[in-house]
Design a binder for this molecule. Structure first.
Ligand SMILES: *[C@@H]1O[C@H](CO)[C@@H](O)[C@H](O)[C@H]1NC(C)=O
Ligand SMILES: *[C@@H]1O[C@H](CO)[C@@H](O)[C@H](O)[C@H]1NC(C)=O
Ligand SMILES: *[C@@H]1O[C@H](CO)[C@@H](O)[C@H](O)[C@H]1NC(C)=O
Ligand SMILES: *[C@@H]1O[C@H](CO)[C@@H](O)[C@H](O)[C@H]1NC(C)=O
Length: 514
């Protein structure tokens, strides 16, 4: 009876198949897109009509409910932008933030100008039940206003400060500094001071420059009569972040923030034959070296590349290096290069001892899932923070590009390869990450359908979003308390003065009288 009722309930509640969903995932970076791909694929398999704007379409003809608009041209823009060159360590973080928003703004604008995207926006017959966007940039959220439907934000890493602001999530600058700052654990005084300054500066820049600028872009390319972008942004229903409290700092979340994780991890597939053989033969051990998709090994400074190459050449292991050119000049004997490796499957090979990585989140997750300890060489973005965290977890050592020497690199890799404590710890972390009630993908799909079923999630909206800043920071209350204290002190002072004057007075008068 009870079971029947539940089944019936499930049938009724579950009746959202065939919703129309629009996704806009703008960043031309495969490490971002692999996080989103399973979501749009799964939604289409569940019978929703899914339309997606992406630089990395799946192009899978069996997905008949999926329409993909290919924005692959955006890769040229990000390559020309040279993020790697702009985001060097010695560049102030404000300049990097500014650079990234300029770059992302240019990409978003170019994608909006794309004829197929314009045709979709201008098509008066198109309707959608939900818009989902990559929420590293606000502009595409205006599609929700255009199609008069709720929107959800998804990030392939953690959210930036404005993302937390729009959903009403707490952002304590000392407990939870922004993900672009390499701070974790207990901050020293200077770091605390900087984090406070940065969180004010970022908001000033974002709300007084980025949003007004992008509002103009929205009016031009999405619709003239739409509300202010800053208000659309606060209409967000859910924020999906690709972080979890095992690999990332513990933080409080409002109920509309959903933590995903391991989105792109899939069952192991067989390796190409030659790679399999070469790995089987390397019983001395294998080091896998890849700086991911956003940091190209081929674009490192010559000096750094030679130091790395010398360090790797002295290792007693075989090295697989993801090198993006045909030839590596002076390639050492123990090094094999390839423009691409099947990373997940390669890491699963038992001869792989260490993964040398830039510290990208997806690489980190793949290494942990395969039980392989890491050596981090962080460059920019969230990489420094990820590396600090990996070191603190005891699954990695990190090497700074500024101080890197062949000896340091060699010593660090051998330490991580030979000291069994790293491998043991990785396996513990792997077990913790797998011990969850639902996978990241299951959570994503369930919550997206939840928003469709209830036409938004305004019933879960945090009151913090609508609270004026002076109330949030208790300024009026603190002001009143300070005022009362000041008034009390003033009155006490006056009484004291009166009293002592009085005495004086009476003394002198007495004196005079005498
Ligand atoms: C497409 O959606 C329909 C329902 O709208 C569903 O029955 C079908 O299985 C879906 N097909 C694919 C290949 O996802
Ligand atoms: C990276 O290196 C390639 C050649 O190796 C070059 O064509 C390209 O312009 C470089 N890109 C950047 C951003 O420096
Ligand atoms: C919109 O729908 C109407 C009637 O259903 C049709 O005549 C018109 O051609 C459609 N417009 C577009 C752009 O598809
Ligand atoms: C916010 O969402 C509600 C419900 O979907 C809608 O009525 C309202 O116009 C939206 N406001 C803005 C500023 O987007």
């Amino acid at each position: 009876m009870f079971v029947c009722a539940i089944l019936l309930l499930k049938l009724c509640i579950g009746s959202v198949s065939g919703a129309k969903i629009l996704g806009a995932f703008f960043v031309p970076s495969i490490s971002h897109q692999v996080v989103f791909q399973p979501i749009w694929k799964e939604l289409s398999l569940r019978g929703h009509q899914v339309t997606v704007l992406t630089p990395n379409p799946l192009n899978d003809p069996t997905l008949t409910n999926l329409t993909e608009i290919d924005l692959g041209f955006a890769y040229d823009i990000i390559r020309r932008g040279n993020l790697q060159g702009a985001a060097q360590k010695n560049v102030p973080i404000e300049s990097i933030v500014y650079f990234v928003y300029e770059l992302f703004g240019g990409i978003v604008k170019a994608e909006l100008e794309h004829p197929e995207v314009q045709a979709l926006i201008r098509d008066q017959n198109k309707t959608f039940d939900l818009v989902m966007i990559e929420y590293m940039h606000p502009t595409f959220s205006a599609l929700s206003a255009r199609f008069k439907c709720p929107w959800v934000g998804i990030t392939s890493l953690g959210a930036l400060l404005p993302g937390h602001d729009s959903i009403g999530n707490p952002t304590h600058p000392i407990l939870n500094p922004d993900i672009l700052l390499p701070f974790t654990g207990n901050l020293g005084f200077n770091d605390r001071l900087f984090s406070v300054y940065y969180s004010i500066w970022f908001r000033y820049y974002y709300y007084y420059h980025v949003i007004p600028d992008q509002d103009k872009v929205v009016k031009k390319y999405i619709g003239e009569d739409l509300p202010y972008l800053g208000d659309i942004e606060k209409n967000i229903s859910l924020l999906f972040v690709n972080v979890n409290p095992i690999l990332h700092p513990i933080r409080p979340n409002v109920p509309t923030v959903i933590e995903l994780g391991k989105m792109h991890i899939r069952p192991k597939k067989p390796l190409p034959k030659d790679l399999q053989q070469s790995l089987d033969k390397a019983t001395e051990g294998v080091v896998y070296f890849s700086l991911g998709s956003n940091v190209r090994s081929a674009n490192l400074s010559l000096e750094l590349r030679e130091k790395i190459m010398k360090g790797l050449s002295e290792l007693p292991y075989k090295v697989l290096w993801k090198w993006e050119e045909d030839q590596l000049p002076n390639q050492p004997k123990n090094v094999i290069t390839s423009k691409w490796f099947p990373q997940q499957d390669l890491l699963a090979h038992s001869n792989v001892k260490v993964f040398v990585t830039q510290g990208g989140l997806q690489s980190m997750e793949e290494s942990i899932s395969a039980g392989v300890p890491l050596v981090g060489i962080p460059f920019f973005g969230d990489q420094p923070l990820n590396c600090v965290k990996m070191v603190n977890l005891g699954i990695a050592q990190s090497v700074d590009t500024e101080t890197l020497t062949p000896e340091i690199l060699k010593k660090t890799i051998i330490e991580v390869a030979e000291n069994s404590k790293y491998r043991k710890r990785v396996k513990e972390i792997r077990d913790l990450l797998s011990d969850v009630p639902a996978t990241g993908l299951e959570k994503a799909v369930w919550w997206i359908e939840y928003v469709i079923r209830h036409k938004g999630a305004s019933h879960l909206r945090s009151p913090a979003i609508d609270l004026p800043l002076y109330q949030y920071f208790l300024l009026d209350v603190i002001g009143l308390i300070l005022l009362s204290i000041a008034t009390s002190l003033f009155i006490l002072y006056k009484i004291f003065k009166l009293f002592s004057n009085d005495k004086n007075y009476s003394f002198t008068t007495k004196y005079k009288i005498q």
